[in-house]
Design a protein around this ligand. Structure first.
Ligand code: 2IT
Length: 445
């Protein structure tokens, strides 16, 4: 396999789709060796088949704001690969959303979902709609208009969307309501549903909890625990909240959260009602963290800065892609960071990842660390199909097992000669092998 040649061809077809090309390059570089050892992949041209989505659905979303103005946003669903199960992946509503970002997320989702051990293919969707500052009624009208188009392409055995940035319980409710009215079915076509109407317990916490279970496994591999470790977290949304909650419960000390306006440093640790306050910040719909520093004494707000300048043992990017770059990585290294685990999808730039791995810092990629979110979506689908509801313990126990299993898969496929575990390689190889072998089984489709 010639990675540069494949990437050059892909770029010619999709010029300017930088995030998508970045995600593809990372996977191809990781799997190159395994791929070359298995000529059956090459003869079935698996690479060219796996790096292009099965299809991209793109549509306009007209809606009316509270003043009566007619607005138009773009809506998308990227159905990337369904070799091992129905397309599965979140919807992102954020002004930065474009085809490149959704294709990178959809591509990552294929391998992440394969790692969960559950039968789910990869997909992603969303819109450039900005929920910031919008009223409930505006969000509802937007979601209804979005679903008025999307419903034709999804189904519980076809494609099962969920939330992502800008899409939480409220949006899933409005989207599901519209689907139910159009289709007349009360099936589990979305995950992240409300717990009264088919949602799974622990789904809101799952991404963050799963990430911390994974971090626990990484630490255990070096005979360490989370107790007493200082932790920086970026973001303040659902994922950051779940991670802060579980890390604190296990005796870690979370000292930062962040937003587009800057970061908050709280040397006393973000625990208890401070974690609850993150939910308030989020529901204010303003996308800022500064108010935290007015409410809690001793907390400092650093405008326009990222939390990676704070000295910590563990750094957890929990906000968005490419939020930690090479300079940030160098700074963390100077401050003797021991571990960086991406909780956001592709949270670190390639030079940051390289810096960590070259310096034997424990580093794990989002597709392994954050897979607990989609895994628990998978458990929600199972409960919906069985028309049953598991209790909290049952779901949390399964989530924990799944994260341990993902960690094992990473170790098995990513252990280097010197004993260092390359989790990027491990996750990509394990995910790829499962999907590629399934594609081989089904012929040229
Ligand atoms: O990035 C992700 O894995 C998600 N946003 C969750 C996807 C899902 O289907 O639960």
């Amino acid at each position: 396999m010639n990675v540069d040649k494949i990437l050059n061809n892909l770029e010619k077809k999709h010029p300017g789709e930088v995030e998508y090309l970045q995600a593809v390059r990372e996977v191809l570089e990781s799997i190159e060796e395994v791929y070359n050892e298995n000529p059956q992949f090459e003869s079935a041209n698996i690479i060219e088949r796996i790096i292009e989505p099965d299809r991209v659905i793109m549509f306009k979303v007209p809606w009316v704001d509270d003043e009566g103005n007619v607005k138009v946003n773009l809506g998308y669903r990227v159905q990337f690969n369904n070799a091992i199960g129905p397309y599965k992946g979140g919807l992102r509503f954020h002004p930065s959303v474009n085809l490149s970002i959704l294709k990178f997320l959809g591509f990552e989702q294929i391998f992440k979902n394969a790692l969960t051990t559950l039968p789910m293919g990869g997909g992603k969707g969303g819109s450039d709609f900005d929920p910031k500052g919008k009223s409930n009624a505006e969000v509802m009208r937007f979601c209804q208009s979005f679903m008025l188009e999307l419903w034709k392409y999804i189904g519980p055995e076809t494609d099962v969307p969920a939330g992502d940035i800008g899409v939480g319980g409220r949006e899933i409710g409005y989207l599901y309501g519209m689907y139910k009215r159009l289709k007349g079915d009360h099936t589990g076509v979305l995950t992240g549903k409300g717990s009264n109407w088919g949602g799974s317990l622990i789904r809101p916490e799952a991404t963050g909890f799963g990430a911390i279970y994974f971090v626990q496994e990484m630490l255990a591999a070096r005979k360490e625990t989370i107790k007493g470790k200082t932790i920086s977290i970026s973001g303040f949304g659902n994922v950051a909240w779940g991670a802060a909650l579980k890390a604190t419960e296990l005796g870690g000390k979370v000292v930062t959260i962040s937003g587009p306006d800057g970061y908050v440093y709280d040397p006393d640790g973000i625990s208890g009602k401070k974690i609850d306050y993150m939910l308030e910040l989020r529901s204010s719909n303003q996308d800022i963290v500064k108010p935290y520093s007015y409410v809690f004494e001793g907390a400092e707000f650093h405008a326009g800065k990222k939390p990676w300048e704070v000295k910590v043992d563990i750094a957890l990017p929990c906000a968005t892609q490419n939020e930690l770059n090479g300079q940030d990585a160098a700074r963390l290294l100077e401050n003797s960071v021991m571990m960086v685990a991406e909780v956001s999808n592709m949270g670190c730039t390639p030079d940051a990842v390289e810096t960590f791995i070259r310096n034997s810092i424990m580093f794990a990629p989002g597709k392994a660390v954050n897979a607990g979110g989609v895994a628990t979506s998978g458990l929600e689908m199972t409960q919906n199909a069985m028309k049953m509801r598991w209790n909290q313990q049952e779901v949390d126990g399964r989530l924990h097992e799944i994260m341990k299993n993902i960690h094992e898969q990473c170790c098995r496929n990513g252990k280097q000669a010197d004993g260092y575990i390359d989790y990027v390689k491990g996750a990509n190889i394990a995910g790829f092998l499962k999907v590629a072998n399934s594609m081989l089984d089904m012929g040229v489709i």
